[in-house]
Design a protein around this ligand. Structure first.
Ligand SMILES: Cc1cc2nc3c(=O)[nH]c(=O)nc-3n(C[C@H](O)[C@H](O)[C@H](O)COP(=O)(O)OP(=O)(O)OC[C@H]3O[C@@H](n4cnc5c(N)ncnc54)[C@H](O)[C@@H]3O)c2cc1C
Length: 284
């Protein structure tokens, strides 16, 4: 039995999303109550969203009834990022479209495409994704970027933060912002002027404090996925680029990402690995 506000949400969302993609039964709720981590939270309502309009509507209604929302791609998160006891929006299977651009140097994708599939698509171009988590055969690009997941090769020089170019984002109020489109950015500037001013003010405040800026620079020179990425405030000047890079590692807390464009990296034709032993850990 759904609690009052969830019941209202469930009744209203059916004007946009058919019932067959809204789960409230005990078995599926239990199944979606876990990710690859060891926590369990049983969602009240699961939405298998198909497009932006559906996510927009779900966010507007969730906002109206003050209900928390969590997004999920492949659900391979290890620390409970993809579970909730409220509303779970699953964006995997129906979000797999892509466009290879600039002869493979750039790729535009929906968030539900599996990382290894992207790399397969890029093979003929001698390119691959920068981020390389060990879960790449299952993890989807939306989850990889939102967790800033990375592996043994990409370090901090080819991770999602360094390779993301632009994104289409849906905010909690339902507004869609495409940072790759001048028209969308201009509309956003008009509708969300104070939002942009706040981002700029935060950027200027952080930069004016030299020791803080240096500390942020140092903290993010090594892998650092603790909390939100605050380095965009010192790495970028354009508020829209700050917004896009703030998304990386934000674990779905700032917006839904319905599309993203990334630079790809060279996929060397010949590779080898070696195990090297050192006498000590002191660098000379
Ligand atoms: C066997 C195994 C190996 C792993 N290896 C690594 C590794 O080498 N390196 C590493 O960093 N991690 C690793 N992980 C952790 C995990 O796989 C990665 O974090 C991965 O990126 C999660 O991707 P996913 O598609 O499963 O996303 P999910 O777990 O579904 O979601 C991840 C986060 O992204 C958010 N999210 C998903 N889609 C969207 C969207 N469209 N819009 C907004 N937010 C969204 C979710 O709310 C959640 O916070 C591993 C996990 C496993 C099980």
């Amino acid at each position: 039995m759904l609690k009052e506000n969830y019941k209202k949400f469930y009744d209203e969302i059916q004007s946009t999303i058919e019932k067959s993609r809204l789960y409230t039964d005990k078995l599926r709720n239990l199944a979606y109550g876990t990710d690859a981590g060891f926590y369990r939270l049983i969602p009240q309502i699961i939405i298998r969203a198909k497009n932006e309009k559906e996510v927009q509507k779900a966010l507007i209604l969730a906002n109206k009834y003050n209900l928390p929302v969590t997004f999920r791609a492949a659900g391979t998160s290890l620390a409970g990022q993809a579970i909730t006891d409220s509303i779970l929006i699953v964006a995997g299977k129906n979000w797999e479209e892509y466009d290879v651009l600039e002869n493979g140097d750039v790729i535009r994708m929906q968030p539900g495409i599996v990382g290894a599939r992207v790399n397969q698509i890029l093979v003929p171009y001698g390119r691959k994704l920068g981020p390389d988590p060990a879960s790449i055969n299952s993890a989807m690009i939306g989850g990889i970027v939102m967790n800033n997941a990375s592996g043994m090769n990409c370090g901090t020089h080819e991770n999602s933060y360094k390779t993301i170019l632009s994104a289409r984002l849906i905010f909690a109020d339902g507004t869609v912002l495409d940072t790759g489109s001048d028209e969308s950015k201009n509309n956003f500037l008009k509708s969300h002027a104070s939002f942009i001013r706040t981002i700029e003010a935060m950027r200027d405040r952080v930069r004016a404090n030299e020791s803080l800026a240096d500390r942020i620079r140092y903290k993010y020179s090594i892998k650092n996925t603790t909390g939100l990425s605050i380095n965009p405030f010192i790495d970028y000047t354009d508020p829209f680029q700050i917004i896009v890079n703030l998304m990386v590692g934000s674990e779905g807390t700032l917006a839904f990402m319905s599309e993203l464009t990334m630079k790809t990296v060279v996929n060397p034709k010949f590779k080898a690995s070696a195990m090297i032993y050192f006498h000590d850990i002191v660098r000379v």
